[in-house]
Design a protein around this ligand. Structure first.
Ligand SMILES: C[S@@+](CC[C@H](N)C(=O)[O-])C[C@H]1O[C@@H](n2cnc3c(N)ncnc32)[C@H](O)[C@@H]1O
Length: 207
């Protein structure tokens, strides 16, 4: 069940961004959070990057500083309209992540932040396969999303956040072994790091 606060946070970008900034304090602030999944990757101005489920361009804004070949994809026309205004340096595609209307072997990096927890398990499977398809051989899928906290101090905070803003898919994701799913569709894990008492996972998986 989607909460009222979730709908409001999607309607008002300032609210979404304020909550994201507050949450990002757990990893040292927004700039760090927005680039967490890309850490240690070699990125040049011509590195082709897909920001999957880009929303209003919250992470895209940081990614365009690293590369001039950035595409944002999202299913929401409203979010994409905002992304085009907020980050005009990127190209945008309106589509579902489980049916990416782009060529095989096109991207060096597919990045996704704070989005996989919105997917039903069957959708998640399809999305991982699609990301594998659009990545070049050797390309990297860079993910930052929720994880079951390993430090019990973080459990109440995450639970309250989920009750206010998330649906059952977020609870499902933190029970899901995402690294195992990635391996099942053919990725090779190169990095799995937990942050914020284990409540965030950063995964880099290579095709
Ligand atoms: C929580 S927002 C994350 C936005 C941004 N990546 C960030 O880090 O703040 C999740 C985004 O995923 C998009 N989304 C949800 N399901 C999708 C799907 N099946 N295909 C494409 N985009 C989807 C929503 O429209 C929303 O913009």
């Amino acid at each position: 069940m989607a909460t009222i606060l979730r709908d409001l946070s999607y309607r008002y970008q300032w609210l979404y961004d304020a909550i994201a900034r507050l949450s990002a304090l757990t990893v040292g602030g927004e700039a760090r959070f927005r680039q967490l999944a890309l850490q240690n990757l070699t990125i040049h101005s011509d590195t082709k990057i897909l920001d999957l489920c880009c929303g209003s361009g919250q992470a895209t804004r940081f990614i365009v500083k690293l590369s001039q070949q950035v595409t944002g994809l999202d299913a929401s026309p409203l979010s994409l309209q905002r992304a085009r205004n907020n980050v005009p340096q990127a190209n945008y595609v309106e589509a579902f992540a489980e049916k990416i209307p782009l060529r095989d072997n096109e991207f060096d990096i597919v990045h996704t932040s704070a989005a996989l927890h919105e997917m039903q398990p069957s959708q998640l499977q399809e999305i991982l396969k699609e990301v594998h398809r659009v990545l070049k051989p050797g390309g990297v899928f860079a993910i930052v999303d929720f994880h079951q906290p390993t430090n019990p101090i973080f459990i109440p905070g995450l639970a309250v956040f989920f009750w206010l803003f998330e649906t059952e898919t977020a609870w499902q994701l933190i029970k899901t072994d995402l690294p195992k799913l990635l391996e099942e569709v053919g990725f090779e894990l190169s990095e799995v790091v937990l942050h914020a008492g284990g409540s965030l996972q950063v995964i880099q998986a290579r095709k």
